[in-house]
Design a protein around this ligand. Structure first.
Ligand code: N0T
Length: 523
């Protein structure tokens, strides 16, 4: 039986990641797509909560909602799957013109296994726990549990099969497998089975991917042996879950990483051991090839840490995606830093009106100021989500978020770009009682540049000033045109030219972010 709707549905293309010359694009409906996301709270995954989600999404102008589906709700009784939440979410998302990233809270959620169904939690013999040295079990399921793997895989397969059947239009565009894997306070599994494996030679695949000498884990990895072993043990489990799910519906899959530091690995080894911290990415990449992306969750309000971690995960073999970031106002500016590094998506966490706050990670309250820190960014980019994604996948880009020094700079081609924060829009020499703009001391401001040609750029920014000077100091430079506008149907559409005060003191971005297209010449 073929219904009349079948042909058009069959034509709707599967979302996919495309990588070309080290740049990435996420294709949705056959077109590049930028995820302007927002994640709901952990326990907001019930139909009753939906009315508290959509008004926030609308106020933000998000185009993607990230929402968990918990193993305990999906398979409350072994072998019986409950699709009620997924159904309600899909129905509502379509009505609200939103796409969905589903988060599979299966065997692991923030290192522990609290989202496993009761029939799993109750049976520690069939579903063994990861053990501490000396034999005490943890709240974490062991990644060596064969029955645990079979059960998680079976449930994930059921979820992906259901998406194949119930979501031919691909409202769900991407799926996260597990959540923030990695144990806290115990470096790895010390069960008898794990100890036996730990004493054996490192599998050749891992040893080669990590660029180590052959030998046991301790011989090959030294001080990082426990963390590397844990990464391998989780990665092989996740690969089996992910590949089986992909065989049902080949959506892009990712895992998220609890990350702490861009330079040291000590915290990650203690607080999220085995999780996909940047130092064990080669292991994860080699052992879990069905996972398309490894994505950092960014909550620390230190600018060098935030951007340093972006750099760690924006790689030719790993599209940058920030599936969780703080929803405090300070975090909004890092949207620009992520975009400039080619991010295919970015999402503040805790965006629903369930009256919960994860402060100090996020905002104390989800008030109007919180929403307004993020909404203007999404308001600017939602209409051009596809245009920006196309531009960023084909051209050099650079992004900046307000630094502690108050300045930032880069070179793109023949042009040096200097960014200054907290400046007035008009330069004068010493002036009595002159004050900086009201936001000068706030942790706000940023911008992004894409180089369209040797002398042509698209710039967007907020609370920042951009200046362009030729790298060649002997060259004289002039602005040929500076147009404020947007893209409509893939074509640039000018609204007005900037000139006079609007260009004499750099390009100044204020409270409302805007898009500029500028052309220079030299003589
Ligand atoms: C995140 C979120 C949610 C010393 C926290 C961040 C989400 C999970 N975990 O609200 O639980 O599901 O992925 C952990 C960040 C820890 C920072 C500690 C700094």
């Amino acid at each position: 039986f073929v219904s009349s709707a079948t042909p058009s549905l069959a034509k709707s293309e599967l979302p996919r990641i495309q990588t070309d010359k080290g740049r990435h694009a996420f294709f949705v409906d056959g077109k590049p797509f930028l995820m302007l996301g927002a994640q709901i709270h952990n326990s907001s995954n019930y139909p009753a909560v939906l009315p508290k989600i959509w008004p926030v999404m609308r106020a933000l102008n998000a185009n993607v909602v990230e929402a968990p589906v918990a193993w305990e709700q999906f398979e409350p009784v072994e072998g019986r799957f409950d699709y009620e939440w997924v159904d309600a979410l899909l129905r509502d998302a379509r009505r609200n013109d939103m796409r969905v990233v589903l988060l599979w809270f299966g065997s692991w959620k923030n290192g522990e296994s609290t989202y496993a169904p009761e029939w799993v939690k109750a049976d520690t013999r069939r579903f063994p726990r990861l053990q501490r040295q000396g034999g005490r079990p943890t709240l974490t399921l062991s990644p060596f549990g064969e029955a645990t793997l079979a059960a998680d895989q079976k449930a994930f397969v059921a979820l992906m099969r259901y998406l194949r059947q119930a979501d031919p239009q691909h409202t769900v565009i991407m799926v996260q497998v597990e959540n923030e894997i990695g144990t806290h306070g115990v470096a790895r599994d010390y069960s008898t089975a794990a100890e036996r494996l730990f004493a054996q030679p490192v599998p050749e695949l891992v040893q080669r991917a990590a660029g180590k000498q052959a030998g046991t884990w301790s011989e090959a990895f030294g001080a990082e042996a426990d963390q590397a072993f844990a990464a391998w043990s989780y990665a092989r489990f996740v690969e089996k879950v992910a590949s089986a799910g992909k065989a049902e519906k080949a959506l892009p899959l990712y895992i998220n990483a609890a990350v702490f530091d861009a330079d040291s690995t000590a915290m990650a080894a203690q607080i999220a051991s085995g999780g996909p911290n940047w130092n064990v990415l080669p292991i994860w990449k080699a052992v879990a090839p069905s996972v398309d992306m490894i994505a950092p969750d960014l909550y620390l309000p230190i600018d060098s840490t935030y951007t340093g971690l972006l750099d760690r995960y924006a790689r030719p073999d790993n599209p940058l995606f920030v599936p969780e970031t703080s929803n405090a106002t300070w975090a909004a500016r890092f949207f620009w830093a992520a975009l400039g590094r080619g991010a295919i998506g970015w999402a503040p966490f805790g965006m629903d009106a369930t009256n919960y706050s994860n402060y100090p990670l996020g905002a104390r309250t989800l008030d109007a100021d919180t929403i307004e820190a993020f909404a203007p960014l999404y308001r600017l980019f939602r209409p051009i989500a596809s245009d920006w994604a196309r531009i960023a996948s084909q051209n050099p880009t650079w992004g900046t978020a307000k630094t502690s020094s108050g300045t930032d700079s880069t070179v793109l081609g023949e042009w040096k770009i200097d960014v200054a924060y907290g400046q007035n829009n008009f330069d004068v020499p010493e002036w009595p009682d002159m004050k900086p703009p009201p936001w000068a001391k706030e942790p706000v401001g940023g911008g992004v540049v894409a180089q369209l040609g040797p002398n042509e750029f698209v710039i967007a920014g907020q609370y920042s000033r951009f200046r362009f000077t030729p790298v060649n100091a002997a060259a004289n430079a002039q602005i040929m045109s500076a147009e404020e506008g947007t893209f409509v149907g893939g074509q640039w559409q000018m609204e007005r030219r900037w000139n006079g005060d609007q260009t004499a003191h750099g390009f100044n971005f204020n409270e409302q972010p805007v898009l500029l297209r500028v052309r220079f010449s030299t003589f």
